[in-house]
Each structure stands twice: as structure tokens, then as C-alpha cells.
Ligand binder design. Structure first.
Ligand code: 5AD
Ligand code: SF4
Length: 451
């Protein structure tokens, strides 16, 4: 029998990273590495890093720094850095931190077991950060062995980004857009559904341009071909799948064909994460977002026309270089006008290789903090008002599991992805659907009772 070893994975950042970590865990399990919850017990540690904002990257660095102690105690421990910090800093990570063995970029995760073995037996320290536009995401069926959620999964449909928003590091760390073959995606979704998964979230940096890199000619000729709306239709047609979600979308690529999916596909959840970043045209232009506030609002209003119950969420950057009081007021006004279900908002931070890093008119930390607080307070009020308006309605909830405060308390998610807590004397299982009458709006969730 092969001797098993312990693998510890720490994941930062987006859902793409979460999915990549699952893939790495599965690949390593084929090489007899089993996941452990403790880095102290690990024979191999993988830190899957995020570089989207300065803070995320710092967190990864300080965690990695702390592992020096473990390596001293156990020289045969293999430490690998994956994700966007790995891609961005490459070789220099190995120079800065002599206790690291491997640096693996997002396109190289499939080589992890081989590289870990080489590090273990040949003590080789490797940087695998090649990034090519010819990269093919291998077909890869998730193992459904009881690890991971039984009822909902992420499915990566593309990697990379072609947009070069001036604040963003992603095009530099994840390279150009590479879409997976539609048949590989559908096979994966079918496989998930056959194993009891009821909800899939399709993942990409900019899912709206899915397929553009694969076959632009057919896309144009047959009014869609393998584009994102066609993919959505095919995914929604898979037996057993009850809910389909996707993230993330660039507003400039949100097409009429995609909007009409919200009218036609019942399984497509009424939730759209549509990052606006700023409400000021001047700042949007400097961000290289390629849409105006009016373009954005027209798309929001069209989405709401075809699907009145749709929840719109967003990302906002506060204090982008050159953002004046007027620009910030435009953002506040947009937030008041759209009334987002929820919003992620961040203080602008300089990122390596991103164009805005060289802009000279930076906004002070103090102003950024003040504006961020104002914005978040207002958004909290709006989110609270929207929750309050849901009280008295019955919604179909997908059961997630027992809630943290145990007992007979359960939690589930609405089609708009809000958390609902309720009690049930009957045992329930994740992925079950149940109607809940909403009785109370709490700070970050709703409470209700089974109808
Ligand atoms: N500074 C602050 N926020 C950023 N984001 C991306 N880059 C930066 C940056 N340099 C935010 C954007 C994006 C989200 C994932 O992170 O709002 O949509
Ligand atoms: Fe970054 Fe813009 Fe690409 Fe999103 S669309 S990953 S914000 S460059």
C-alpha cells in the first residue's frame, strides 16, 4: 500500500482560486496526499494566493513568512505558492523566501504533484509560471467522494482577462482569456448533476466574453454559436440542475442575448453581479472601463424589465487616482439610484504593472477611508431596506445545512442568494428545496418558517 502524506491548502481570494484549490487537492489525492486541517501536520503546504488588492497580497506574504518556522523543524516539508502572487512575483519569491520550494502560476496547477515530488526527492526549487494564450484548460471531472459541498459547485468556464482596466492586476497574473470547450463544461455539469449537485456557478473573470477566443467566426455567423448565452442554455438544460449562477461580468460585454436568458431560463437565478466600479464618467474613462454611467444604467434597467425580481450586486472602488468630491458624489448617487442588493467596496490600491499605479494624482488614505465609510453606511441601509421589503413573502430556499447555532436550526439560500435561517423538526438535506415564509430581516440574513 502506498504511504499517504498530508496536504494543507490555504486559499485566498476569489472563487476561481477556490475552484483551483479543489483541483489541486484532487490532483494531490491521486498522488496519495490527503488533506489535513493543520499546517503543523502537513508534508506539503500549498498557499493559493490573491493579488487583487494590496492587502490580500500582504496577507499571503505574512502567512508564507510564518511557515519558515515549520520548514526549520521539518526540512522535508514542501511549501508551494500558487495563484496570482506566485504568477506576479515568480522567481523573486524563491529568492526572498529561501524556505519556499515551488512557485506555480494559475496555468500550471495541473503540474503540482509532479513538481512536489521533484521538490521532495531532488530538492529542486522550481518556478512554473509560463502563461500562454494557447493554454488549454484540461477536462477535469470533480471527484464526488464526500469532500466539498454535495449540492452546489463552481465550474470554471474560462480563465484570464483581456480588458486591462487600469487598476487591475488580473490581466498581468492570469493572462489572456482562454475559454474551455463547451463539451468539457457540459460533461462536468452532467457529472455533477448525476452526483446530486443541484446548483452550479459558472466562473470566469469576464464570463460575458466566453467563447470569443475560441471561435469568433462561428460566433458571428450563427448568431451566438458557442457564446456565453448558448452555454447558459446548454447548462440549464442539464437534468438534475435546478439553479444556475455565474460570475463575474463586465458591463460592456453584457449583451441583449444574455439579458434575454433571464426572461427565458427559469433555472437562471435572478441575481446579477455587475461591477460598476464608479458612478463618474470621468473616472470610468480613466479606469478604461469602456462604458459610461448611462450605458450601465440602461443595461440595469433592461435586466429589471425582463426580470423584475432580479437582485443586482456590484463592486466599487473608492478613491481611484483623481477621484474628486464630484466624482464620489456621482458614485453615491448611482448607488442610491440603482439600489444594489449588496455591494463590495474597496479602497483603491496600487498594483504591480497596473497602469493606474503610475497615475500621479493619488487620493489620500484619509479621504479614501472617509468616503468608503460613507458609501458603506449608505449601502447597508439600502440592503436593510431591501431585506425588510422581503418580509411577508414566501420564497423557495435551497437548503444549505444546519446553521452554526446548531439545534434544529437550518439555513438555506434564496434565488437571489440571500441567507435564510429557519427551524425544522424534520431532518433536511443540503440541496433540498423548501418554501419559507419570511418573518424577519436580520443584519446579514433573513428568518422565516417552513410553509
Ligand atoms: N484596488 C482596489 N480594488 C480593486 N479591485 C480590483 N483591483 C483593485 C485595486 N487595485 C476590486 C474591483 C474588482 C474587485 C474584484 O476588486 O472592484 O471588481
Ligand atoms: Fe480586472 Fe477589468 Fe479584467 Fe475585471 S475586467 S479582471 S477588473 S481587468
Amino acid at each position: 500500500m502506498t504511504k499517504t502524506r498530508n496536504l494543507y491548502i490555504e486559499t485566498f481570494g476569489c472563487q476561481m482560486n477556490e475552484r483551483d484549490s479543489e483541483i489541486m487537492a484532487q490532483l494531490m489525492s491521486q498522488a496519495a496526499y490527503l488533506e489535513t486541517a493543520s499546517p503543523e501536520e502537513a508534508d506539503c503546504i500549498v498557499v493559493n494566493t490573491c493579488s487583487i488588492r494590496g492587502k490580500a497580497a500582504q496577507k499571503a506574504y505574512s502567512l508564507l513568512g510564518g511557515y519558515r518556522r515549520l520548514k526549520k523543524r521539518r526540512p522535508d516539508l514542501v511549501i508551494a505558492v500558487a495563484g496570482c502572487v506566485a504568477q506576479q512575483d515568480g522567481e523573486s519569491l524563491l529568492k526572498k523566501m529561501p524556505h519556499l520550494d515551488l512557485v506555480i502560476g494559475p496555468q500550471n496547477i495541473y503540474r503540482l504533484p509532479e513538481l512536489v515530488e521533484a521538490a521532495r526527492w531532488q530538492a529542486s526549487r522550481t518556478t512554473a509560471t509560463e502563461l500562454t494564450k494557447d493554454f488549454v484548460i484540461p477536462p477535469f471531472l470533480p471527484k464526488m467522494d464526500g469532500s466539498g459541498a454535495p449540492h452546489k459547485r463552481f465550474v470554471t468556464i474560462m480563465q484570464g482577462c483581456n480588458n486591462f482596466c487600469t487598476y487591475c492586476v488580473v490581466p498581468h497574473t492570469r493572462g489572456r482569456e482562454v475559454s474551455r470547450k463547451p463539451e468539457d463544461i457540459i460533461n462536468e455539469v452532467r457529472h455533477l448533476a448525476e452526483h446530486g449537485v443541484r446548483e452550479v456557478t459558472l466562473l470566469g473573470q469576464n464570463v460575458n466574453s466566453y467563447g470569443q477566443d475560441r471561435n469568433p467566426a462561428t460566433l458571428a455567423e450563427n448568431g451566438g454559436g458557442d457564446d456565453f448565452p448558448s452555454l447558459l442554455r446548454a447548462v440549464a438544460a442539464v437534468d438534475g440542475i435546478r439553479r444556475v449562477r455565474f460570475t463575474t461580468s463586465h458591463p460592456k460585454d453584457l449583451s441583449a442575448r444574455l439579458i434575454s436568458c433571464f426572461a427565458e431560463l427559469e433555472k437562471l437565478c435572478p441575481h446579477f453581479h455587475l461591477p460598476v466600479q464608479s458612478g463618474s464618467d470621468r473616472i470610468l474613462a480613466r479606469m478604461n472601463r469602456k462604458y459610461t454611467r448611462a450605458d450601465y444604467l440602461a443595461k440595469v434597467s433592461e435586466l429589471r424589465r425582463v426580470r423584475p425580481d432580479i437582485a443586482i450586486t456590484t463592486d466599487l472602488i473608492i478613491g481611484f487616482p483623481g477621484e474628486g468630491e464630484d466624482d464620489f458624489a456621482d458614485t453615491m448617487e448611482l448607488v442610491n439610484f440603482v439600489r444594489y442588493d449588496s455591494a463590495f467596496s474597496f479602497k483603491y490600491s496600487d498594483r504591480p504593472n497596473a497602469a493606474a499605479t503610475a497615475f500621479t494624482d493619488k487620493v489620500s488614505e484619509e479621504i479614501k477611508s472617509r468616503r468608503l465609510t460613507l458609501l458603506q453606511q449608505r449601502q447597508d441601509e439600502i440592503s436593510g431596506e431591501i431585506s425588510q421589503a422581503m418580509v411577508g413573502h414566501t420564497v423557495e430556499v435551497m437548503v444549505e445545512g444546519k446553521s452554526k447555532n446548531a439545534g434544529e436550526q437550518w439555513s438555506g439560500r434564496t434565488p437571489t442568494n440571500r441567507i435564510v435561517n429557519f427551524s425544522s423538526q424534520q431532518p433536511l438535506s443540503p440541496g433540498q428545496f423548501i418554501d419559507i415564509y419570511l418573518e424577519e430581516a436580520c443584519r446579514h440574513s433573513l428568518r422565516g418558517r417552513i410553509v
